[in-house]
Design a binder for this molecule. Sequence first.
Ligand SMILES: Cc1ncc(COP(=O)(O)O)c(C=O)c1O
Length: 466
Amino acid sequence: MSNPEFVAFLRAYPSYPTTHIIDDLRAAEYARLDVGEHIYLDYTGGGLYAETQVRRHHKLLSEHVFGNPHSSNPSSQASTQLVEHARSYVLKFFGADPNEYDVIFTANASGALKLVGESYPFAKGGHYLLTFDNHNSVNGIREFAHARGAEVTYIPVALPNMRVDASSLDDYFARGQKGAHNLFAFPAQSNFSGVQHPLEWIEKAHAAGWDVLLDAAAFAPTNYLDLSQVHPDFVPLSFYKMFGYPTGIGALIARREALAKLHRPWFAGGTITVVSVQGDKYYLADGHTAFEDGTPDYLNIPAVEIGLKHLESIGYDVIHERVMCLAGWLLDNLVQMKHGTGQPLVRIYGPTNVEARGGSVTVNFFDKDGRAIDHRFIESEANKVNISLRTGCFCNPGAGEVALGLSRVELDVCFTRPDHEQRLSVDDFRLCFDGKSTGAVRISVGMVTNFNDVQAFLSFARGLLG
Ligand SMILES: Cc1ncc(COP(=O)(O)O)c(C=O)c1O
């Protein structure tokens, strides 16, 4: 390709050609993108699968007989073997020592987070500390903390970079009472701003007596989380975000020591050794078994191992390099776009360079007079040209409130209106902030994004210049 923009891109990001195996892979395994003329830019929403992942899985299912693993018959043993192999493979993939970590298969990252929330020994004197920019499934854990009398504290993030003031962290950690159960949660990468928070916080928090929940759902698809180097207590993730297929499976990777602290609120099929009806007694099984309710998704779990191997065959170095080149180019260009009036076309919420950030770029668009353009309009225009992006607040309301300047007072006024006490629709919420935008546009690049995808989006954005 010798178009001048590509030349300029290569000059700015000379390492991009080292990622060329992804172009070959895209042609062979993801041809549906180009055949269907898709510009897919929602990798933080969901990754894409290679055709061979599906074929390998299909072959496995076609050639074997798999039964419910809660037995010991041959078809059951065949399932157990694959599920346990996948479990070990997840640990190996993340460099986790099996003596230190265990893997619980869940339906998704939210399922993993709920397991922690409902089982963590929150109590009076205890604390749940979390950054503003968490996903709702991490925010939701606060309801378990509140219900059991633990304190809940949010650490703010600040515009324009949407990072935490690191100098304030020690003060927050000092709020944890010694001897109480204190849990600190943060995303390794924000699904709103793309900010990557320092993983060094994990040991800082441990040293101050906190357990650590590291949400890796948005980080793991394009960054290697090495659990031999960092030792968070709980790591939730969703596999479809990493490699597209299968959906419906996530994991809670947990330190065995931390897992032993959790108290499950109930028992279910598969989680116990013995239950008695007349004796009104039950005994939970050890480790992951106590946390996998009912029959595991034994036909799909083997596809997780196939997906992990696919990712390994490309390598995180290549994926990460590629994503950062493309995100950098996207940011460089968006920053420069200005209307004839001199007004910038976009406002970027988060870092405008590639340092300590991932491949999601969240913005709002403004017209030539500096008025915000509704994110829903941007989405509907993008839909017309087959660009898949995400708009709204991406289940990350804290980051959204900071980015969009929705104040605590304004939110309180909205929530305490008598007609809003029981129910509040998104439209009602929007009306509370008439004139202000209540959502943004997220463009996220991922494993098989190419230069053309980014150029297509940039040319769409240029079309909004007046
Ligand atoms: C950072 C982060 N955490 C958690 C989740 C929840 O993942 P799931 O919807 O797969 O449960 C998401 C999904 O977007 C996410 O981006």
